[in-house]
Design a protein around this ligand. Structure first.
Ligand code: ZN
Length: 698
């Protein structure tokens, strides 16, 4: 639940897909929803599409699809995610029911992980006992030099330390992982990232509006309860919870803010180990790296040196007892979702209910499928791909990707604000971009990971260590561009600027995104716009700073960069707007890359559709049997993907911490920038969906 932030360098379509919340709280796949299929007739005829296209296209969907009690948002993404999970669940049940002797090694892991995760009796009896030695070790610390030992232990056992999210990592104090060198991406080096905070970002500690204060008050109550569940007396638990908030707030104050982190130049600080040590002299980095099993290396990236300078003050300023409270909290907070019912329910109360607005906890089967996907996702994903993603689908999606690339090449040539020199570089980058569709060519080898049927928390800890080792083994090696950062059943997609790849898991290449039963106008608008979105990420305000090889290198002429920034400012300003339902402002600077990708991506998809239709002797004006033109179907299908219901709590949390704009803006802002939309629905100047100062980057 805490790890809802996606890796910072991977530019995804969507962040909510990773939140551990969704679905009908009944038994398994029997409750899986029907997938949405496009229906051009399903519009709200009482709304003028030129006034509010989102309402016109989505009102009926929104009325028919209230947010289930254990969901925080409900839209096409969530429905498909549930469908995928139910599908995977079915496979897992079959595997778990097989006699041990008949299982393959991969099936042993898939089946035994499931058996342990769903054994509530065992979890309730053993979870705290499993963590006891680690908690006792923290209690037994005699001086602050041992912080390095404890951190290494926590970072090896709590999932996700290497995962540099938008705001930083969720790991205790800081994160460590591997990352391609910013200036030579063929080589992978070690990376230290800011972290230490369990709330989704520094604003949650530093903002002083009434809602922020209320959330922090509830946070302290939550930490108190977790300490009590771990055996602390009430007064001690309360005092320790206050210490935790104080220390995390101190970390928030020295952390780099989320908008500044969007500029890779701000993260590009390469240092020797000696230089790293000078930032935080009191912390024993050599011992930490040795205990973490990190390979010896000479150069490191430090994403925010100021954070590590600040950490020195916090280590010196806070007494040993405060550090003990903080480290115990970090261990318990990281493991709570995988522990006994009391810890899990308490974790839900704050992280799902208070921060995201969920009403009910999800059923155990979904939480277990989600954790299994995180820990051994490429083992789970093999059966999903075999059953849910046909070679025909893969071939058709590949054709669409190719078609969009051709269009982007033509569009680059036609841009009147770019010089021939910059265009040439852009073409080189496009030609070098690698696309990956559905699933990896080679499945990950989990043979070194021990999965047993008797203790879930122990499986989670071993899987965390296995994944950390896998990440750290990359240090000193050549970059592997074929690696996948998402598992096959994931309903999402991403662009990675350092590998210069666009990646589309099989999980999103399903209805309503990719629907083999529907015509091209529907599929180009949904899957095509997703493909376009990720392609354009390579050229958004972040992506344009990387070259064809993924190196951070300025390949833009000064004039072209200036022209680009002017267009980028238009987009950023357009999305900066107060959102009354959430009580906070949408920050167009935070969402600039996603806005650019949405607006540019749909242009590519539409041009590719146009070319495709012309090749078949049809046009965008050709009407289907339902009397709706291909162009209208295109925009309706695009909007349908973003129809959703969101709780106010999740809106607020996302607006403060997520680089994606809210769904409504992903529809209305995009179409109101497009003359093609006005043409499709006969909109004219002065209407809301015809923007006077329309923005266009790509
Ligand atoms: Zn994106």
């Amino acid at each position: 639940m805490r790890s809802f932030l996606l890796p910072i360098f991977l530019l995804s379509l969507f962040s909510l897909a990773a939140i551990a919340q969704t679905t009908p709280a009944t038994e398994s796949s029997k409750s899986a929803p029907q997938l949405d299929h496009f229906d051009a007739k399903k519009v709200d005829a009482s709304v003028d599409p030129c006034t509010d296209f989102y309402q016109y296209a989505c009102n009926r969907w929104v009325a028919d699809n209230p947010v289930p009690a254990d969901e925080v948002f409900w839209g096409s993404f969530g429905k498909l995610q549930l469908w995928n999970e139910a599908f995977v669940h079915q496979t897992v049940l079959e595997v778990a029911a097989k006699p041990a002797a008949e299982r393959t090694p991969v099936e042993q892991k898939v089946g035994d992980y499931w058996t342990a995760c769903t054994d509530e009796k065992q979890r309730n009896a053993a979870a705290l006992t499993t963590l006891r030695p680690q908690l006792q070790r923290i209690d037994a610390m005699r001086n602050k030099s041992e912080i390095a030992d404890i951190l290494a232990d926590l970072h090896r056992s709590v999932p996700g330390v290497y995962n540099a999210g938008n705001a930083g990592t969720n790991a205790a104090l800081f994160g460590f992982g591997s990352q391609p060198d910013f200036h030579d991406t063929t080589h992978v080096i070690g990376q230290f990232d800011q972290g230490g905070m369990a709330l989704p970002g520094r604003e949650f500690y530093l903002n002083d509006d009434a809602k922020s204060v209320e959330i922090r008050t509830k946070y302290v109550v939550h930490i108190t309860r977790i300490f009590e569940l771990a055996g602390a007396a009430a007064t001690q638990a309360k005092a320790d919870a206050a210490v935790v908030l104080q220390m995390e707030t101190a970390m928030a104050k020295v952390a780099m803010d989320i908008v500044k982190r969007r500029d890779p130049k701000n993260l590009d600080n390469e240092m020797s180990l000696d230089a790293v040590k000078k930032l935080t002299p009191t912390f024993d980095f050599s011992r930490y790296l040795q205990l973490l099993h990190a390979p010896a290396t000479t150069t490191f990236i430090v994403t925010s040196p100021d954070f590590f300078r600040g950490a020195e003050q916090i280590i010196q300023g806070e007494p040993l007892d405060h550090w003990k409270a903080y480290l115990k909290w970090q261990l318990l907070a990281g493991m709570a979702p995988s522990m006994s019912d009391d810890f899990m329910n308490q974790d839900f109360t704050f992280f799902a209910q208070t921060l995201f607005g969920a009403k009910e906890i999800q059923p155990l089967w979904r939480r277990c499928i989600r954790e299994e996907d995180r820990d051994i996702g490429q083992a789970l994903g093999q059966a999903y791909v075999a059953r849910a993603f046909s070679p025909e689908s893969k071939a058709r999606v590949q054709e669409m990707v190719n078609a969009l690339k051709v269009v982007l090449g033509q569009e680059l040539d036609s841009m009147d604000w770019m010089s021939p020199e910059t265009k040439k570089e852009a073409h080189v980058k496009l030609a070098a971009q690698v696309d990956k569709i559905g699933y990896p060519d080679h499945w990950r080898d989990y043979s070194a990971l021990e999965i047993r049927p008797d203790n879930h928390l122990a499986n989670v800890e071993r899987a965390a260590a296995f994944e950390l080792d896998r990440q750290l083994r990359k240090i000193g090696k050549r970059l592997d561009r074929t690696e996948w950062g998402m598992t096959p059943p994931t309903v999402n997609a991403y662009e990675d600027p350092q590998t210069n790849t666009i990646n589309f898991p099989a999980g999103i290449l399903q209805p309503p995104f990719f629907d083999p039963t529907k015509d091209d106008s529907v599929n180009y608008a949904a899957a095509g716009a997703v493909i376009g979105h990720e392609t354009i990420h390579g050229y958004d305000d972040q992506g344009r700073k990387y070259d064809a090889n993924g190196n951070l290198r300025d390949w833009w002429s000064a004039d072209d960069a200036k022209a680009y920034d002017k267009r980028g400012d238009c987009i950023a300003d357009e999305y900066t707007e107060f959102v009354p339902e959430a009580g906070v402002q949408q920050n167009g600077r935070l969402t600039q890359g996603e806005n650019t990708a949405d607006n540019g991506g749909i242009h590519l998809a539409l041009s590719a559709l146009d070319a495709d239709l012309k090749g078949k002797g049809q046009s965008l004006d050709t009407k289907g049997e339902d009397g709706v033109t291909a162009l209208q179907r295109f925009f309706l299908s695009y909007a349908n993907v973003w129809c959703s219901n969101l709780r106010p709590e999740v809106m607020r949390t996302l607006l403060l911490s997520d680089p994606h704009p809210l769904d409504k803006y992903r529809v209305n802002n995009v179409v109101s920038n497009m003359p093609e939309f006005a043409k499709a629905f006969g909109c004219h100047k002065g209407q809301a969906m015809v923007r006077e100062n329309a923005c266009r980057v790509w």
